[in-house]
Design a binder for this molecule. Structure first.
Ligand code: SAM
Length: 324
């Protein structure tokens, strides 16, 4: 069981008392077994994890590392690996847990390495990571000296994968909460840095998403926005007619100039583009820990510049800005 009291205390300190009061009810509702057929089974996996003692924790390396191979007997490691695999598919990582290398679908460390030298130092900052997946980047943020990291993600499997890792790590100011950004109280204005990575294109209203992010930040706080973009000029945006790279829930893929103009309208300043990268099939791929189809299967086999739907292949931008 996670002790959320330090989180509630931090919210009260930050004058977000209303959310501190609401959060226990939100958590109880989200973790109700009737919400998801597999939730009880996932919780059992976590409860059954052995209490493992280790002094070895490394959060500022590409693979988030907890424990050494020598901390465990081989037979125990094989059992632990089966427990981890019960939470398949593992999409974000990599992790190295007691010598078990979780080679996830995504090399999420590559995204972190693209942005880490461009952001304001995270030292002693209160951080929100919107759509944090299983929390891989939250661990990297703590490794960069954040005061507390709050990740939110509505997908319960992600939250349970995070809880598994947190149980191995021990008590720590990192939380992943089972909710979407729309469930946060309006006008929080408490976070020093807010990350929204890989989320904007999943939102039906990207402008509302930007306004919600703005509302989470204190004045002058920093937004780190990573999203799909297209080549094009101001005003252009791709709205797929149906699927995009097989994903059903992709709504708006703007050009960089369009995205920057949206950000200005939503109260961001000092807006700077720090990276543009085409997503490669070496960054997102099928692995032993994510055995389903991946990017390679969603690109045109004859021309990798296009998706199987004939749309421009995934290209992502990282844009950093400050709340006015
Ligand atoms: C493409 S993944 C990105 C994960 C991670 N941020 C990264 O960059 O590697 C998008 C994540 O956003 C989450 N998500 C979808 N809708 C959301 C919402 N309304 N609020 C917060 N997160 C959401 C999904 O569950 C998913 O884990």
């Amino acid at each position: 069981m996670i002790d959320y009291q330090p989180l509630y205390n931090t919210l009260v300190e930050a004058k977000a008392d209303a959310w501190a009061k609401l959060l226990p009810q939100q958590l109880a509702a989200a973790f109700d077994f009737s919400r998801h057929g597999n939730l009880e089974q996932w919780q059992t996996v976590i409860e059954c994890l052995p209490e493992l003692a280790t002094a070895h924790r490394l959060l500022d390396a590409d693979a988030v590392m907890i424990g050494l191979p020598d901390d465990l007997a081989e037979v125990d490691r094989m059992e632990l690996e089966q427990q981890f695999k019960a939470l398949h598919p593992w999409r974000k990582g990599p992790y190295n847990l007691f010598g078990i290398k979780i080679d996830t679908e995504w090399r999420s460390d590559w995204k972190w390495n693209r942005l880490k030298n461009h952001i304001a130092p995270l030292t002693q900052r209160l951080i929100l990571d919107v759509g944090c997946g299983n929390g891989y980047h939250c661990w990297r943020m703590l490794g960069a000296d954040a005061k507390m990291v709050i990740g939110i993600d509505p997908l319960l499997l992600n939250v349970m994968q995070f809880q598994l890792i947190r149980k191995l790590y021990g008590e720590v100011p990192v939380y992943v909460l089972p909710m979407g950004i729309e469930e946060l109280p309006a006008g929080l204005k408490i976070f020093d840095t807010v990350f929204s990575m890989g989320v904007l294109y999943h939102r039906r209203s990207p402008i509302d998403h930007l306004l919600e992010l703005r509302q989470c930040l204190r004045s002058g706080g920093e937004l780190v926005l990573e999203t799909l973009i297209i080549d094009g000029c101001l005003g252009q945006s791709l709205v797929p007619e149906d699927r995009y790279a097989n994903m059903r829930n992709v709504w708006f893929i703007p050009s960089i100039d369009t995205l920057i103009s949206w950000m200005k309208r939503c109260g961001f300043e000092n807006i700077r583009l720090v990276d543009v990268t085409v997503t490669g099939t070496d960054e997102q791929r099928t692995t032993e820990w994510m055995t389903f189809n991946s990017l390679k299967d969603f690109l045109d086999p004859d021309n990798q510049a296009f998706t199987i739907e004939g749309l421009p292949a995934p290209k992502r931008a990282i844009i950093i800005a400050n709340a006015e």
